[in-house]
Design a protein around this ligand. Structure first.
Ligand SMILES: COc1cc(/C=C/C(=O)SCCNC(=O)CCNC(=O)[C@H](O)C(C)(C)COP(=O)(O)OP(=O)(O)OC[C@H]2O[C@@H](n3cnc4c(N)ncnc43)[C@H](O)[C@@H]2OP(=O)(O)O)ccc1O
Length: 267
């Protein structure tokens, strides 16, 4: 999405808490006193994290420290900004959130408390969203006299529809965790305090898949879903051919036929 060519300042890594357990990398937004408001330092640090993912990482979980995921754009940074700076800033966010959306491995957002404005846009860039009952979703840009700037107008309508996003932006409507999950924003609604546990459980499962299948799901599936049916079917056949020719697929299929791997079980 973003394309402004600008000299990019460095991120502030102290605003993230990064941890790796096996093949799963966790990125914690670490500004709980400011409800994880997203300033340039934290946004750029997220971007840097995604450009230098360790090679052995197979899934990423983003979460917020404290009681909230994120209260959105750090409003104190908006005070002095003119229109040109605004454009550059928004395109900088686009570049960072594109790195999440087009990451080579799946990204899960674990959501609780405030998931507001730019925080909601950040969650939209992830591939799976897990919400606990305290999570609430809002776009108060109208009340602040601004517009979404982190790709929300592109990504959110694809998840919940244009009408619901219009309602959120025009009326300031706040969706509960239950509404957010029933409208397709969060794929998982879990018990209080369980968003991180569930996100890590999912991440471990995902990390156990063949990397090529995960990659195809992330890169090809969204394109196929938006392509015309003929193009989509051709892309699907090509992906299927590439995946099944990979030696990892052959050994995984052999393991199933030799009864050496788990069967599919109803949950
Ligand atoms: C235009 O180009 C853009 C735009 C964007 C993205 C835009 C957006 O994200 S718009 C949405 C901005 N966010 C908000 O309007 C939410 C504001 N915060 C709140 O409503 C509340 O703080 C709360 C999140 C509901 C939490 O309430 P509570 O638990 O009671 O905590 P507080 O006492 O209110 O806050 C504690 C402390 O944090 C500061 N703070 C909270 N949120 C923010 C924030 N978003 N920005 C700055 N500071 C925040 C609050 O002021 C308090 O500070 P103290 O110093 O008083 O302790 C993207 C890209 C573009 O180019």
């Amino acid at each position: 999405m973003g394309n402004a060519d600008t000299a990019t300042p460095a991120g502030d890594p102290s605003l993230l808490q990064i941890d790796q357990q096996g093949a799963v990398l966790t990125i914690g937004l670490n500004r709980p006193a400011k409800r994880n408001a997203l300033n340039d330092g934290i946004i750029l640090a997220i971007g840097e994290c995604f450009t230098s993912l360790p090679e052995d990482v197979r899934c990423v979980v983003i979460h917020g420290l404290g009681d909230n995921f994120s209260s959105g754009l750090d409003l104190s940074e908006l005070r002095e900004r003119d229109a040109t700076e605004g454009l550059v800033h928004s395109q900088m966010w686009h570049r960072v959130f594109d790195r999440i959306q087009y990451c080579r491995v799946p990204v899960i957002a674990a959501l609780k408390g405030a998931v507001i404005g730019g925080g909601l846009e950040l969650a939209c860039a992830a591939h799976i969203r897990v919400a606990e009952p305290s999570a609430y979703f809002a776009l108060p840009e109208g009340q602040r006299g601004i517009f979404v700037g982190g790709g929300g107008s592109v990504r959110l309508p694809r998840l919940i529809g244009v009408a619901r996003m219009m309602d959120m932006m025009l009326t300031g409507r706040v969706y509960s965790a239950t509404e957010g999950s029933s409208y397709g924003f969060a794929q998982y609604l879990v018990d209080a305090g369980a968003s991180m546990t569930k996100a890590l459980e999912l991440a471990t499962k995902i990390a156990g898949n063949a990397p090529l299948t995960n990659f195809a799901v992330l890169q090809a599936l969204p394109m196929i879903a938006e392509a015309n049916p003929q193009t989509g079917l051709l892309m699907e056949s090509l992906m299927a051919t590439v995946a099944q020719s990979d030696k990892e697929a052959k050994s995984r299929i052999r393991a199933f036929l030799d009864h050496k791997t788990a069967k599919v079980k109803p949950t």
